[in-house]
Design a protein around this ligand. Structure first.
Ligand code: ADP
Ligand code: MG
Length: 234
């Protein structure tokens, strides 16, 4: 089954009298446990598209189904519940809470949405710290970590509730090239380990090659119907 299915998906923004057609009728399908990228220049619609997939914003037209749910039908409250249950987010600027340690940042979503006993929480957080190779930095606060380390913590936080889908909007934009490459490789390793579907956006053609499927966005339109990517994927 496809995890995500979009048909003639559209998003318009109204600014005063002007309508901006940010996404102009795109079709795509994303399979469970795949590793997919939307690539395109600034302004091409990547964030708009990921926000719709993340149920943070509603389409203006077309169909969008995630895990068999028609998410265009969800009201704000239902969308929030759906996100909490199924989707993890990774951001360009990491979005870690500065007063919390790496450990506490990863634990935070569990405190909010899952009322697990402390022991169970600890085991899960330690598993994720290990998965992103940050066990030794668990007590550090974000300002004591490098950009790459912060993004490792953020990736662990996105996965801690065991979502089916992780969305990452330009997760490497604030990282140098080698660190960016390592973050993408880490996400792919975690996909293998947890069978989580990863969808990330980038404007960096060097990073995109890691993806198994690449959708190229240009002015709100998909330039290709999705092409296989990856030097490492047969
Ligand atoms: P990208 O993430 O690829 O840079 P965006 O999805 O942010 O692209 O933007 C796509 C288009 O939609 C751009 O023309 C942008 O100016 C416009 N846009 C994005 N968000 C808004 C908004 N909240 N209101 C009006 N226009 C927007
Ligand atoms: Mg963007």
């Amino acid at each position: 089954m496809n995890l995500i299915q979009a048909e003639v998906l559209e998003k318009d923004y109204r600014v005063g009298d002007i309508t901006i057609n940010a996404i102009r009728g795109v079709d795509f399908a994303i399979e469970t446990a795949s590793f997919v990228s939307f690539v395109g220049p600034s302004g091409s619609g990547k964030t708009t598209l990921l926000n719709m997939i993340g149920c943070l914003d509603r389409p203006s037209g077309g169909r969008l189904s995630i895990l068999g749910t028609d998410v265009t039908e969800l009201d704000a409250r239902e969308a929030a519940g759906f996100r909490g249950e199924n989707i993890g987010f990774v951001f360009q600027d990491f979005n870690l809470l500065p007063v919390l340690t790496a450990y506490e940042n990863i634990e935070y979503p569990l405190m909010l949405v899952q009322h697990w006993p402390k022991d169970k929480r600890r085991r899960r957080v330690e598993e994720l710290l290990d998965a992103v190779d940050m066990t030794n930095q668990a007590d550090k606060r974000p300002d004591q970590l490098s950009g790459g380390q912060k993004q490792r913590v953020a990736v662990a936080r996105a996965l801690v509730t065991n979502p089916k889908l992780v969305l990452a909007d330009e997760p490497t934009a604030n990282l140098d090239r080698d660190t960016a490459q390592r973050i993408i490789e880490l996400m792919k390793k975690l996909r293998d380990e947890f069978q989580t579907t990863f969808v990330f956006s980038t404007h960096d053609a060097r990073i995109v090659d890691e993806a198994e499927m690449i959708y190229a966005l240009e002015d709100g339109i998909l330039e290709n119907g999705g092409r296989p990517g990856g030097t490492t994927h047969a």
